[in-house]
Design a protein around this ligand. Structure first.
Ligand code: PAF
Length: 289
């Protein structure tokens, strides 16, 4: 079946009505890259009908300039979806999604207090609200999100749980370049020199994971290990580097439960985020002589 591209909510509902039971949704803002392709592959492996939304959601941007310059590459994105085996793309104009300024929104508390949530007020409200709308429009059985945006994923999982939304959320591991840099549409904004430096972010997170594997549990020491690497490079500005518990995203003083070491850095005018999950070291067995 060839791909169908629709622009109205009514058309999505009409096209999906006969296909209920195994519908997978990959929500995107377009500018598709290999990370999105992995989400589509995962959807194809599980769902009979694979759908994607391409919508640059104005209510999740903090700065109008950022929204205005977000890449819009619909034609190319549709071609990528088609070759990846997507059945239906929904690419609505803003007026279709927000015919009037929304008076209703979805706010996921506590999980949004730290990390990106603390620096981008209202961002996760915008994300949760549009994802909830997309779930209402598509009524998918499953929806696919990347672990690179760990806080977004946690927020959506919690929203679905709290509001009894009948959608299974599938977590998809971060796709990386050969040198470790997490794939992101922002990578293309890096200069050649910045691109050379960018893998230091993941290297720093990995160094911290190495310290944990060697037995370190103190959060300050874990963070210091990562910070030492990125701070060595004067062109990197660290926005945050935090260790939080993987479930509630609250700061940890001690890695005594699964944690998430997450960071946002600036390289010139480009903001990059990444994270690694840290498991507390297995208790060593006492050797009885
Ligand atoms: O991750 C994204 O691209 C967006 O935040 C999402 C989930 C499509 C909502 O606009």
């Amino acid at each position: 079946m060839s791909i169908e591209v629709v622009h109205s909510i009514a058309a999505v509902r009409e096209k999906l009505a006969p296909r209920r039971g195994s519908v997978g949704l990959v929500p995107t803002m377009g500018a598709l890259h290999r990370g999105h392709l992995r989400l589509i592959e995962e959807a194809r492996a599980r769902d009979r009908t694979v759908t994607a939304s391409i919508f640059v959601n104005p209510i999740q941007f903090n700065q109008p300039e950022d929204y205005a310059r977000y890449p819009r590459t619909l034609e190319g994105d549709v071609a990528v979806c088609e070759s990846a085996g997507v059945d239906l793309v929904f690419a609505p104009p803003v007026e279709e999604m927000y015919p009037v300024p929304p008076a209703t929104s979805v706010e996921v508390a506590t999980l949004t207090e730290h990390l990106c949530g603390a620096r981008r007020p209202g961002h996760f409200r915008g994300v949760a609200t549009v994802v909830m709308k997309l779930f209402e429009i598509f009524q998918p059985d499953r929806a696919y999100f990347g672990e690179k945006d760990a806080q977004q994923l946690a927020v959506i999982e919690r929203m679905v749980r709290d509001l009894n939304v009948p959608v299974e959320i599938i977590r998809v591991p971060t796709v990386r370049e050969a040198d470790g840099l997490a794939i992101s549409s922002r990578n293309q904004l890096l200069s050649a020199e910045e691109r050379r430096i960018a893998p230091l972010l993941f290297a720093a997170l990995e160094a911290a994971a190495g310290a944990v594997a060697a037995g370190e549990r103190d959060a300050a020491a874990i963070k210091r290990t990562a910070a030492a690497l990125v701070e060595r490079e004067p062109r990197i500005r660290v926005e945050y580097l935090e260790l939080v518990d993987a479930a509630g995203l609250q700061p940890l003083a001690l890695l005594d439960r699964p944690g998430l070491l997450a960071a946002a850095i600036w390289l010139g005018t480009t903001r990059l985020i990444d994270n690694v999950r840290l498991e507390p070291r297995q208790k060593s067995h006492k050797v009885v002589s």
